[in-house]
Design a protein around this ligand. Sequence first.
Ligand code: SAM
Length: 221
Amino acid sequence: MSALRCDPNKKYVWRGCGIPQETFSFCGHDVVIQESIGGGGEAAIIWPAAIILGRYLEANKDKIVDRKVIELGAGTALTGIVASLLGAEVTITDTKEALECTSVNVHKNTKDVRHTPLVKQLRWGADLHLYPDSDHYDYILGADIVYIEDTFPDLLRTLRHLCDKDTVILLASKIRYERDERFFNMLRQEYDVRVIKEVKEDEVKIYKAILPRRDVAAMPC
Ligand SMILES: C[S@@+](CC[C@H](N)C(=O)[O-])C[C@H]1O[C@@H](n2cnc3c(N)ncnc32)[C@H](O)[C@@H]1O
């Protein structure tokens, strides 16, 4: 079942039997996403936050061409696919169990991109050894990944591991419960965090987080 409400650029809706799929128009491409692959569950559904973050990237496409991007908790990978279609060098991640759905969608939709995306397992906290400290990412993306309170410390640890002083974190989130707000309060303890977009109909906000600038010129002597 799809979690979609509406998207003006969604082209077709699955209405029959067979494999549920949705087609979107992004950056002049048809992006065809298959849901319910593999174990199913929340990773095999397109969540509104993924579309909203994808549209945000599309509207800011000049910023991400040739940039190094990593997507966390990608699920059907709509956001990472859009980043890839826009010319970014993208690593698309999720848990090992969820990656079948991720892989199928990524490979189907990124045949003629500038940089072939990498699909790779990343369970927050546990798989950080697969991501060397020396790797730099310009953007860390996450759509609807703030929802299980037990994962918050590992998610924060993962962001800390992947982020450096030039990294921008973009998290699109539906705030469902008080605990989701608690995550962003935890995030504020380490990063400068701003809401850069809000889509009221879907109750989704895009948060931008960067490490605080320790600008020498601005420091008291
Ligand atoms: C609500 S889904 C969102 C999927 C996709 N980003 C979207 O918006 O359509 C949450 C995603 O986070 C992933 N996830 C949950 N816990 C995780 C963990 N501990 N480590 C890595 N990914 C996790 C799930 O597998 C799932 O793909």
